[in-house]
Design a protein around this ligand. Structure first.
Ligand code: SF4
Length: 336
């Protein structure tokens, strides 16, 4: 089966400094891929590069090929001009931005904002037809149709996020990218929005790229996960395999830093240090200054390679059969 989206060697630079540095991944139809990592690791920049919505100061390169259902030939996103991308955005790929309140126009009623998107990006132009589509979308995302006549400030945070999801679906895209769609919501709303995304994915056959720093959210929703660090994917694979048997020290420490329900009371161990400045990454493995398992070999850059079935990691010592205690490993490393 050919993939819906194939991304190869995606790079984004700012004045020559890499922000996203050679990202590759594939996404099948109806599949959900989670992009995880600390703030500043390149998750949102990757999403904006896919939509070619980066600010002018950033430059992107690499190949991005989309094969939407019914399209006569693959769409080479990398080569598309701005006019060409306007035929792709919303119709084939749409984006649910972070923070619904900042993304909706505060002085326009919601139905007017949705009608504009539908008229501009789909073949539906008539008033009745567009009105029917908006009502259907509101029902799909579990909002009362009457809410369409409201202004954004008249809705709760959870309702606004549902409006953002309805907007993303208004031209029946094959792929929705959701960037931290639940960050500003309380846990109840968070669960409802995630359930909604999951339900829509199943009923509409949507492919989903879900961006979050919250591994719990991605574990609940995604089929596969890609862990990003300093502009690169350092581990990727099926969610279950990566969660049960991580093969990169960064993934292992991220998972160890999650609180355990029913475990001993106390703070989960944080990962020491901070991600490097993408403009001047450390020599060799980018995780080396924070990695408790670093050795001399790590002064060479480790490639991302398959280390178990369907699971790849960029670490010289993967596959890890057994994880040494990180504190003992770090102490031994310092002595050496
Ligand atoms: Fe740590 Fe070395 Fe593996 Fe990098 S290559 S993650 S520094 S053990």
């Amino acid at each position: 089966m050919t993939s819906l989206l194939e991304v190869s060697d995606l790079r984004v630079t700012h004045r020559g400094s890499p922000i996203v540095d050679g990202v590759d991944f594939k996404l099948d139809r109806g599949e959900a891929l989670g992009l995880a990592g600390e703030s500043g690791c390149g998750k949102t920049t990757t999403a904006l590069a896919l939509m070619k919505l980066l600010p002018p100061a950033l430059t992107q390169s690499g190949s991005m090929t989309l094969r939407p259902e019914g399209a006569e030939e693959p769409i080479n996103l990398g080569r598309r001009t701005e006019a060409g991308m306007q035929l792709v955005r919303w119709r084939h790929i749409s984006l649910v931005f972070q923070g619904a309140m900042n993304s909706l126009d505060p002085v326009q009623r919601i139905d007017a904002q949705m009608a504009e998107a539908i008229r501009l990006h789909s073949d539906q132009k008539g008033g009745k037809e567009v009105g029917r589509k908006i009502s259907d979308l509101f029902k799909t995302v579990g909002l009362p149709v009457s809410a369409a006549r409201r202004y954004p400030h008249e809705l709760s945070g959870g309702q606004r996020q549902r409006v953002m999801i309805a907007l993303a679906l208004c031209c029946d895209p094959s792929l929705v990218i959701a960037d931290e769609p639940t960050t500003a919501l309380d846990v109840v709303m968070q669960a409802q929005v995630l359930q909604l995304l999951e339900r829509l994915r199943e009923s509409l056959g949507l492919a989903l790229i879900l961006i979050s720093h919250d591994l719990g959210v991605l574990g609940e929703t995604c089929d596969r996960i890609a862990i990003m660090y300093a502009g690169r994917i350092v581990e990727t694979g099926p969610v279950r395999s990566v969660f049960d048997d991580p093969q990169h020290p960064y993934t292992k420490l991220l998972l160890d830093s999650l609180p355990v329900i029913g475990g001993e009371r106390g703070l989960a161990p944080p990962i020491p240090g901070a991600p490097p400045d993408p403009g001047s990454p450390p020599e060799g493995c980018r995780f080396r200054p924070r990695c408790p398992y670093a050795k001399d070999e790590c002064l060479a850059d480790p490639p991302l390679r398959e280390v178990a079935k369907g699971q790849s990691a960029a670490c010289h010592f993967a596959p890890w059969k057994k994880w040494p205690d990180p504190r003992a490993a770090a102490a031994a490393g310092k002595k050496a």
